[in-house]
Design a protein around this ligand. Structure first.
Ligand SMILES: C[S@@+](CC[C@H](N)C(=O)[O-])C[C@H]1O[C@@H](n2cnc3c(N)ncnc32)[C@H](O)[C@@H]1O
Length: 254
C-alpha cells in the first residue's frame, strides 16, 4: 500500500441528523425553505419505497462483478443507515465493469498518456470497485477516499482479498475521509468521479483542484461518470472537455 496520502482527517461518525440538516440548509439557500422541505419529504419517501424487499432484491443486479472476482462491492449489501446517509451525501452505487474499461480505453485513445506516470484517484470510492478495476492498469498508485466508514471498511477488505491475473498496480489504498477537503497530490493525476457529492461538494473539489493546478501545473484528467453536474466542470477555467458520451465526460488540464 502507498503510504503518503493527502486526505482530510477520517470522520469519526457521520450523523444522520447533521447530514440531513446540512442537505436541507443548502437546498433552502438555493430554492427556499418550502421547496427544500418538499424535496426532503420526497427523498425520505423514495428511501422508504426503495427499502422494500422487492426493491432491495433488484440491487443484486450489480453483483456479477462480485461473483467473478469473489469480492463484495454490490449496493444490495449496504445497511439501512448507510443507505439513508447516501440520500444526503450520495447513494452508493458501483461503476459497471464494461463501462469502466470503455471509459479508460476512450481516455487513453484520446490522450495517449503513460499510465505509470499517473496516480488514479477515486473521490467517493464506496466499496472500492473502481479501485480494483483501475488496478488492471499500470498506474503509479491508486487512492480512494470514502466518507462512510462501513463502505471504506468493505473496500479495504476487498483490496486485501482481490486476486486477478490481470492486476498491474498493487499500490492501492482506501482512506476514510471527506473528499471535499482533499488536498491533491502534486503528481500527474487521473481523477475519477461517479457522482460522489451534491453540487456544493463538487464545487469545493474543483476549486481545490484548480488551486493545486495553479500552484503546481501538471497533467490532470478528470473522468466524470454519469455527469449530472457537468456545468461545474464546464465553468472551470483550468479544465477543458476533451471527450464525452451521454454516460461520461472527460476533462483535461491545459
Ligand atoms: C455513486 S458512489 C461511487 C462509488 C465508486 N466510486 C464506484 O464508482 O464504484 C458515490 C460514493 O461517494 C461517497 N461520498 C459521498 N460524499 C462523500 C464525501 N464528501 N467524501 C467521500 N466520499 C463521499 C458515497 O458514500 C458513495 O459511496
Amino acid at each position: 500500500m502507498a503510504g503518503n496520502h493527502e486526505a482530510a482527517s477520517a470522520p469519526q461518525t457521520i450523523s444522520v441528523s447533521r447530514s440531513a440538516w446540512r442537505w436541507w440548509k443548502n437546498l433552502a439557500a438555493r430554492d427556499g425553505r418550502v421547496a427544500a422541505t418538499r424535496q426532503l419529504l420526497t427523498a425520505l419517501f423514495e428511501f422508504v419505497r426503495d427499502s422494500t424487499p422487492e426493491r432491495r432484491r433488484q440491487h443484486y443486479g450489480d453483483a456479477g462483478y462480485d461473483w467473478d472476482h469473489r469480492v463484495n462491492t454490490t449496493s444490495a449489501a449496504v445497511g439501512w443507515r448507510d443507505r439513508l446517509l447516501g440520500v444526503f451525501h450520495s447513494p452508493y452505487q458501483p461503476t459497471e465493469a464494461v463501462l469502466f474499461h470503455e471509459m479508460i480505453a476512450a481516455l487513453s485513445a484520446e490522450a495517449r498518456f503513460g499510465f505509470c506516470d499517473f496516480v488514479f484517484i477515486d473521490l467517493g470510492s464506496g466499496k472500492g470497485r473502481a479501485l480494483l478495476m483501475a488496478s488492471d492498469y499500470p498506474f503509479r498508485r491508486i487512492v480512494g477516499l470514502e466518507l462512510l466508514p462501513a463502505l471504506n471498511y468493505a473496500a479495504q477488505e476487498n483490496l486485501s482479498k482481490y486476486r486477478s491475473e490481470s492486476q498491474k498496480c498493487f499500490a492501492i489504498e482506501s482512506i476514510c475521509a471527506d473528499a471535499t477537503e482533499f488536498t491533491f497530490p502534486v503528481e500527474p493525476t487521473m481523477l475519477f468521479l461517479f457522482n460522489p457529492f451534491p453540487e456544493p461538494g463538487l464545487k469545493s473539489v474543483i476549486e481545490n483542484l484548480e488551486r493545486s493546478l495553479r500552484d503546481h501545473p501538471r497533467k490532470v484528467y478528470v473522468l466524470y461518470h454519469n455527469p449530472l453536474l457537468e456545468h461545474v466542470l464546464t465553468e472551470s477555467v483550468a479544465l477543458k472537455k476533451i471527450y464525452g458520451t451521454h454516460q461520461y465526460a472527460v476533462y483535461a488540464s491545459d
